[in-house]
Every structure is written in C-alpha cells, then in structure tokens.
Design a binder for this molecule. Sequence first.
Ligand code: NAP
Length: 430
Amino acid sequence: MNNNINIAIIGLGQIGAYLYNELRNKKKKIEKKTGKKIKIVAISAKNKDKKRKFPINKNIFYNNPLQIFKNKKIDVLFECIGLSNGISKKIVETAIKKKIHVITPNKALIAKHGDYLAKLAEQNSVNLEFEASVAGGIPIIKTIKESLATNKINKVYGILNGTTNYILSEMENSNENFDRVLKKAQKLGYAEPGNPKLDLNGFDAFAKVRILSALSFNTKISKYKCIMEGIENIKLEDIKIANQLGLRVKLLGISQIINDKLFETVHPCLVSKNTYIGNVNGVMNAVITEGKPVGESILQGEGAGPGPTSSSLLSDLLSILQGNIKYPFGISSTKRKSVKTFNNDNYTNSLYLRFDVKDKQGVLSLITNRLAKYKISVKRIIQTPDKKNKKATIVIITHKTKEKNARNCLSIFKNNTNILKFPTLIRLYN
Ligand SMILES: NC(=O)c1ccc[n+]([C@@H]2O[C@H](COP(=O)([O-])OP(=O)(O)OC[C@H]3O[C@@H](n4cnc5c(N)ncnc54)[C@H](OP(=O)(O)O)[C@@H]3O)[C@@H](O)[C@H]2O)c1
C-alpha cells in the first residue's frame, strides 16, 4: 500500500455523512498515526441534491456507485447503504474483486453473506472489516478476534440493540406505555421514524448475534431458525410487575455452545435488578463473553448513532492503514466449521406468564391444571382482580421448563373464552 490512500464512501445517510465529515476533520490525526495521507475521492448516495447534515463535495458525487470503479483508483471503500442484498452486496463484492479493502457497518449484509464475502476477501488478499456492525462504538469484534483469540469462548450475550433498551428503560422510568415511548424514541432519533420494526422485533439484534457466534466459535454463520422475539408485546403492566419482583425486562441476544451445539436466540428476558446486565439502561449496549481461561469479560458503551459507529469505522480504517491483512472472521474461511445446532425445544427457563382472565371461579385452577399436565411447576402466583370490569390478571412464575412444554401447554389458551388474551410469556434469565 502506498502512502496516498484514496477513499470512497457509498451511502451518505446518518452514518455515511458523519463519517465523511470525520474523515475530513481527522486527516492529520490519521496521517500521524499511520503515515498515510487519506483523500476522499468519490462519494455516492441516492439523491445528489438532498440536504445533508454536513456539506459534501458534489464534484466527486456519483449517482451510480458502480461507476466509481470505472473512473477512480480506490484503496479503501466504505459501504454505508445498509441493504442485506442488492446494491450493497454488489458494491462490496465488486470492490473486493478489484482488490479494494472494504469497511462496513452493515450487519444485515454480513449476517447474510459474510461467509461468502470473507472468503472472497481472503482470496483477493484484502480486508473486509465490520467492527461497526455489532454494538456501535463497542470494540467487541476486535476484542473477540484479537484480544481473546487464544481463549475458548463458550458464551457471548448481551444487550445488542439500543432502541429497544431505551424503550424498556423509559417505560419503567416514565410509567408510559410502549406506543408513547416509541414516539419519544423516534423524536430523539433512537428509533427509525419510518419503520422501526427491525429493531423492535429482534431482527437487528439477531443479525449481530449471528456475527458474534461466528467470531466466537470459529464457525460459519448459522442459518437455522432460532427463537427470535422482540419487545412489541411487552406491556407497561409487565414492567411494573417485574419491578415489584425485583426484576427488569431486557432484550437479550444470546449465543452459546450447549453440548457441542450452537444455540442462538434473541428474546426479552427478566433479569434481576442486582445483576450487571439489569443495570445497563437507556441506549447503552453491553456485550459479555465467557471464555477459558480468561473468565468473564464485559464491554459496555453506546451501541448506535453516528458518533460511536464512526469511531468503529475509523478504527477499522487505521487497522488497514497500519498494514494488517486479516481474516475477516479471525481465522481462515477454510478452517471455520459448519454449525451443529441445538434443538430449540430443549431450551430451558423459568417462565413469567401473565394471563388476562374473566374474574370467575375455576379459572385459576384451569390454568394451574393445564400447567401441571405439562409438568410445569408453579413457583409463585400473583393475582390482581379488577372487580369493576369483572376481570383479573394472574401472573405465574414457573420453575424451569423446556421450551417445547411451554409452547404445547400454552397453545390451548388461544381458544378459551375465560382467557381474554393469549398469555404473555417472558423467560427469566438463567
Ligand atoms: N444509524 C445507526 O445508528 C447505525 C449504527 C450502526 C450501524 N448502522 C448501519 O449503518 C448502515 C447505514 O445506516 P444509516 O443509518 O446511515 O442509513 P440511512 O441513513 O438510511 O442511509 C442510507 C444511505 O444509503 C444511500 N443509498 C440508498 N440507496 C442507494 C443506492 N442505490 N446507491 C447509493 N446510495 C444509496 C442513501 O442515499 P440518500 O441519502 O440520497 O437517500 C443514504 O445516504 C446500515 O448498514 C446500518 O445498519 C447504523
């Protein structure tokens, strides 16, 4: 790599525009640290005339990002569009084939095509870096790939989505319901104004779990169907009851090896208020790794937003400029194993079950009998009558039970006229 580095940025949204500004402001700093002079020679977005947070040089703007490869010599390309397929994949693929280093915050692309793109990067002796794709500014990928490289990691989990963590924390703090707090989150820029679905339903966290699993366990990215649940069904009521029980609701992403098999999941969990993870609040993310011989390591920080994300993008750039050609997933693609997967049915947890029922005699025993039939034993029952509306809320905390039992047991409540809504289930974190 020579001393003059030509850079292209594709996508000038929240992340790309901020990155563009950072690169311009930090030229000298980057030169001091790496001895390389960077120059942004090409930028692209959908709409050239869109008003952006930072002024852009329209002379280097391309309407068609693929045209850049024909017109310019590029050394490092940032892909900041964010699609899991289509133009994002095409750009990354083309760049790698042309021996251009690629840096991306695009978790959707890496979770879907990471194996293929990593192999391509190795074949072309270029870097494919994606530190910013998981937990924003937290340097978890380098930590797993480099700092913990000689450890045997058995589990990696945490709060991987700032939007949902903010919503859950704010519901508790403000006593406001999900819809109101979601609106607040959108106003503050923590949730996407148009379609926040991918954050709320756990999809965003799930892509990150898949990337973390591949890095932690030296495996190919798994494709199997896991338990993926978001926070859309969490009611203020659940948060209040949890509070009384000394618990908090957190959306956790979990990846672990159980009996030599990979288990990945994203779902709301009830965690004790006395635990570390129970006190990671607001937009914060935290990732916890358990490895041998290192033990437990925790990284906490801002999981999204242009500032933290750019910090990770720039750290990838510095790593490349310092001359490290690395395997994208820490080891050679040929050595990454395919995954054997743990059967979801055998996932075991204590459960929090909330039933909205008619306030009638016999309803509680209907529920407990049904639970007993599936060998789900009850640890605690909290019953709150609403006499005026002839309704009651019954919360049951169970002892540990398998996922399969819970699913089969609860299915009957869909059609029972005494049970007003299908019960809410939240797993207690083991
Ligand atoms: N936002 C965060 O806090 C955050 C945090 C971590 C990771 N990320 C990741 O960063 C990536 C970018 O996110 P973002 O929030 O910056 O998204 P965004 O604000 O929606 O920006 C997307 C950009 O892509 C451009 N674009 C769309 N189609 C294009 C095309 N065909 N050719 C060229 N450019 C095109 C858009 O152009 P126009 O501007 O002209 O419409 C826009 O500038 C995603 O992978 C996301 O997951 C984001």
